[in-house]
Design a protein around this ligand. Structure first.
Ligand code: ATP
Length: 461
């Protein structure tokens, strides 16, 4: 990629971030106190967009399917859960310090950025040796003066109760998935389920990332949407393939461009010790390809581990054959907040118009647009009628009413927040019982009778 192309892509990121702040999608966290590094708050439109994506996910994968159940487990869990899952021992990144300026980096990411390829499975010593062989300097002070990497556990620790001693130490969950495994028996005992079936949940996860950044791409507090899909071992391969397909379909249903996504197979050295098949669905962000979702075949690792650590047998009895066995798991794991970023970046366009002007447009799919229909009076005189019309539409669509400033400015504002349709009540409306409907992407306008307006919009949204 040329330097110019890189600068252009950077500026897309800057434009999206600035639009997010200006238009109420994402604000810097605790801003009036000078902020807290890499924390972000979702403003009214951002919160709505996030919820719309989540709702579509829940509907697609939980509500609309007969083989899926939903769950909402606690963020705080017995610390033994994280011993069983391997997070206490293994959930660590190689932390390297620059001895000259104290800059901290993730050794593996430093190497990946330099080599422009994904690396995995390297020991800390191997990472150090490669960094030194390649003479990769500190990105801040440009000196080559690194410490050996140290394993840094990413789990946030906290204390439950009044005593801050080790007995009271617990963790904020680093993923939502374990909540599903520990409820496996509860679900079997309380619900009528038959293999194959899946359990999905969404919620906050926390990782004390060494190098958070790229806006909301990598944060320490984020949201995930995860599914554990339980199968007979012999079903795993075909189920895995189906999940890759279903996941891609979900992203395209969100309106994300197909040609900006790819499915990347993990190489042998990249696979976790329990997984024999893993793919990442990646998106080409302005800062490079990044993981949107991971799909992993985890065998019976998690149920076995929790059986071992809890003493509870996490098994399935086939109701017909009475065969008892430990199901295998396929895990599709999405980042919700990362999907929000993807949708924002993918939908954004700085469009050059014929009159020499430019406009910022968010080409959101109407299903997930925070506002679907904006209603305006052309002039203040039509306010009352326009507002009455707005009230009739509000029960059916996510609507907004705006009468401030010039009409052109109101259109631009709605383009920036990605509203697919603007409806204007003008001086003719009283006579012809019709309004002007303007479509966001084409900017085409047409007259639509008020009596059929809701039907007209419903068909388009
Ligand atoms: P990465 O390699 O980017 O650190 P990961 O492979 O550790 O991610 P998983 O454990 O597979 O991620 O988590 C599933 C999904 O959760 C990821 O695909 C991503 O979308 C999201 N995710 C993970 N870590 C973060 C984070 N720090 N901030 C935002 N989203 C995250």
């Amino acid at each position: 990629m040329s330097k110019e192309e890189q600068t252009e892509l950077r500026s897309v990121m800057d434009s999206v971030m600035s639009l997010c702040k200006r238009r109420g999608f994402v604000y810097a966290g605790s801003e009036i106190y000078g902020g807290l590094a890499n924390t972000w708050d979702y403003g009214p439109y951002g919160a709505q967009l996030k919820r719309n994506i989540l709702n579509l996910w829940w509907k697609t994968f939980i509500e609309d399917r007969d083989d899926m159940l939903g769950l909402d487990s606690a963020i705080l869990m017995n610390p033994r859960v994280w011993e069983a899952s391997g997070h206490v021992a293994n959930f660590a990144d190689p932390l390297m310090d620059c001895k000259s300026c104290n800059e901290r980096v993730r050794g593996d990411k430093l190497l990946e950025e330099h080599l422009k390829t994904t690396i995995a499975g390297l020991s800390n010593d191997e990472i150090y040796n490669k960094v030194m062989d390649e003479k990769i300097p500190c990105p801040k002070c440009k000196k080559l003066n690194w410490t050996q990497p140290r394993a840094f556990n990413l789990m946030f620790k906290t204390y439950q109760g009044v005593l801050e001693d080790t007995a009271a130490q617990i963790y904020l969950r680093p993923e939502t998935a374990q909540g599903i495994f520990v409820n496996f028996k509860n679900i079997l005992d309380s619900m009528r389920v038959r293999l194959p079936f899946g359990v999905g949940q969404y919620g906050k996860s926390f990782r004390n990332e060494i190098t958070p950044g790229n806006f909301i791409f990598r944060t320490r507090e984020f949201e995930q949407m995860e599914i554990e899909y339980f199968v007979r071992p012999e079903q795993a391969e075909s189920v895995f393939k189906q999940w890759v397909e279903d996941s891609m379909n979900f992203f395209t249903a969100l309106g994300i461009k197909k040609d900006k996504m790819r499915v990347r197979n993990h190489g042998k050295e990249e696979l976790s010790h329990y997984s024999t098949m893993t793919v990442d669905i990646e998106y080409e962000f302005p800062f490079g390809w990044g993981e949107l979702q991971g799909i992993a075949y985890r065998g019976s690792f998690d149920l076995d581990q929790h059986t071992k650590f809890s003493g509870e047998k996490l098994q399935y009895r086939d109701p017909e054959t009475n065969e008892v066995f430990v199901p295998h798991t396929v895990e599709p794991a999405w980042g919700l907040t990362r999907t929000v970023l993807t949708v924002l970046v993918d939908a954004f366009e700085e469009e050059a118009l014929e009159d020499g002007e430019t406009r910022n447009v968010m080409h959101f799919d109407p299903k997930i647009a925070p506002v679907q229909v904006a209603v305006f009076p052309l002039q203040k005189q039509q306010s009352e009628k326009a507002e009455a019309l707005y009230k009739t539409l509000k029960p059916h669509f996510r609507c907004e009413y705006d009468e401030s400033g010039a009409i052109g400015k109101r259109y631009r504002r709605q383009d920036e927040i990605g509203t697919p349709f603007c409806v204007t009540y003008d001086f003719q409306s009283d006579e012809d019982g019709a309004v002007t409907v303007r479509e966001r992407d084409s900017m085409k306008q047409e007259r639509v009778k008020i009596e059929v307006l809701a039907e007209f919009l419903k068909a388009k949204l």
